[in-house]
Ligand binder design. Structure first.
Ligand code: AMP
Ligand code: GLY
Length: 433
């Protein structure tokens, strides 16, 4: 099989690492990839990276035709919201990832909320605005905290959890007034703020059948104790004690399956991985958002735990023949610790030399996935805010965590930053911290 992975982050390196373990994969292309996938390509002729960007749908489709690709795996949401899966369908090539009409679940937060209401999925109360004066009046008529969200994709910056009315008004003015996110903020949501603990539930879908993956917990804030601005995710682990395996199916029936049914009824069946961002409030789950792709970093501990043939499972999703038996998960825990560049999620330096990667991988159970790196003259350098995902398997969460931190100690680059408390919420819930 000839496969193409689209994207260039830690998620895509982890997918590539798992895909190439399958003997069925004769050739694996990654577009555009990163320093980690470039190193894979240097090590084996089965892997190649190609400099086509994830938003360049016609460039990607040229590649699919030229390379006679049998399976396209979309990593990020951008190509899906731009219609990559639709273009693949037109070309008769299976694509893991939903068509544009279903990718709106991530591309439009208003569409997602309206879909949740239509499907009976529990979510925070909300109101929709396209007029700044009406939105301001709504803010003034209610009490803080509240959450202001730009409707469209805003590079992960479109959500403001406002602790005061003033902050909420500022966000309204920035989005609807100054159009800080352009058309992505031409409509906004004003949502009730929920207080609780978050978890990520991802499920594979083939348009009709839904199979949950084990639960993960991400760490979105930049600093310890979940403080400071939100990032793409500073670390993740699986399983997550907040959502034990025994309740996965019930949670999936509540948060994912109704949406998959709704999309099928609407003539836009969801094929790919649907990710529900959950908030547990006094034990009660609410869906905060949907993503139409693997989470990053969540994908990294998930790939570490996956113990089956990934391309076969992804192809089954594309072809409507997904069954729970296809999925085998290792019983071990996995934890991914993100090493970031100082300053992220604000400005940060690039081009810093990274050392210690080989030594880090001598720690048992450890794989270092690359996110913002590039390979330059045989040297790995930083090229992004989230640089590496140090991912460890362990017999339990405590061992996975110890191994990831031990491996991370071996890695050095100027401005290396990581949180010191990844996994601690899980350990506390287990009574181990
Ligand atoms: P979203 O992109 O909608 O998941 O929002 C990003 C982050 O904002 C979430 O992971 C939460 O930490 C926070 N958030 C979103 N919606 C709410 C809400 N209704 N109440 C409290 N926090 C929220
Ligand atoms: N880690 C959160 C996300 O991928 O959206």
């Amino acid at each position: 099989m000839r496969c193409l992975i689209v994207g260039g982050g830690g998620r895509e390196h982890a997918l590539a690492w798992k895909m190439i373990q399958s003997p069925a994969v004769e050739t694996l292309l990654i577009a555009p990839g990163n320093g980690g996938t470039a190193a894979m390509a240097a090590a084996t002729s089965r892997v190649r990276t190609v400099p086509v960007q994830d938003g360049d749908i016609s460039g990607l489709m040229d590649l699919v035709a030229r390379e006679r690709i049998d399976l396209v795996v979309a990593g990020p949401e951008l190509p899906l919201t731009l219609g990559l899966a639709d273009a693949c369908a037109a070309a008769g090539v299976p694509c893991f990832g939903p068509v544009q009409a279903a990718a709106r679940l991530e591309g439009s937060k208003i569409f997602a909320k309206e879909s949740m209401v239509a499907a009976g999925v529990p979510t925070a109360g909300f109101a929709v605005f396209d007029d700044a004066a009406a939105a301001r009046a709504h803010v003034l008529a209610r009490s803080a905290p509240m959450v202001i969200k730009a409707d469209g994709l805003a590079a992960g910056k479109g959500v403001v959890v406002a602790g005061t009315r003033e902050e909420a008004l500022e966000a309204v003015d920035a989005m609807l007034g100054a159009r800080c996110f352009g058309e992505a903020g031409a409509r906004i949501l004003i949502e009730d703020a929920l207080a609780g603990e978050e978890a990520s539930l991802l499920a594979l879908c083939d348009g009709e059948h839904v199979v949950p993956l084990p639960a993960c917990q991400d760490h979105k804030a930049i600093f310890d104790g979940d403080t400071g601005p939100n990032t793409g995710g500073m670390g993740a682990y699986s399983p997550a004690p907040i959502l034990p395996d025994a309740s996965l199916q019930a949670m999936c029936d509540l948060a994912i399956t109704p949406i998959v049914r709704l999309m099928a009824q609407r003539g836009a069946p969801f094929k790919g991985v649907l990710y529900a961002g959950l908030m547990f409030v006094d034990g009660q789950p609410f869906v905060l958002e949907y993503n139409v792709r693997f989470g990053d970093p969540e994908c990294q501990p998930l790939m570490a735990r996956l113990d089956c043939d990934l391309p076969a499972v992804l192809l089954a999703c594309c072809q409507g023949r997904l069954t729970p038996e296809m999925l085998t998960i290792r019983p071990e825990s996995a934890l991914c610790l993100v090493l970031a560049s100082a300053g992220y999620p604000g400005d940060y330096a690039k081009g810093k030399i990274i050392t210690g990667l080989d030594v880090a991988e001598t720690v048992p159970g450890v794989t270092v996935f690359h996110a913002g790196t590039r390979l330059e003259d045989g040297q790995v350098q930083t090229s992004g805010g989230r640089v590496l995902g140090v991912t460890a398997l362990g017999t339990d969460l405590a061992q996975a965590r110890d191994r990831a931190y031990a491996a991370a100690d071996h890695i050095a680059f100027d401005g290396k930053y990581c949180r010191s408390d990844i996994g601690m919420k899980g350990l506390r819930r287990l009574g181990l911290a």
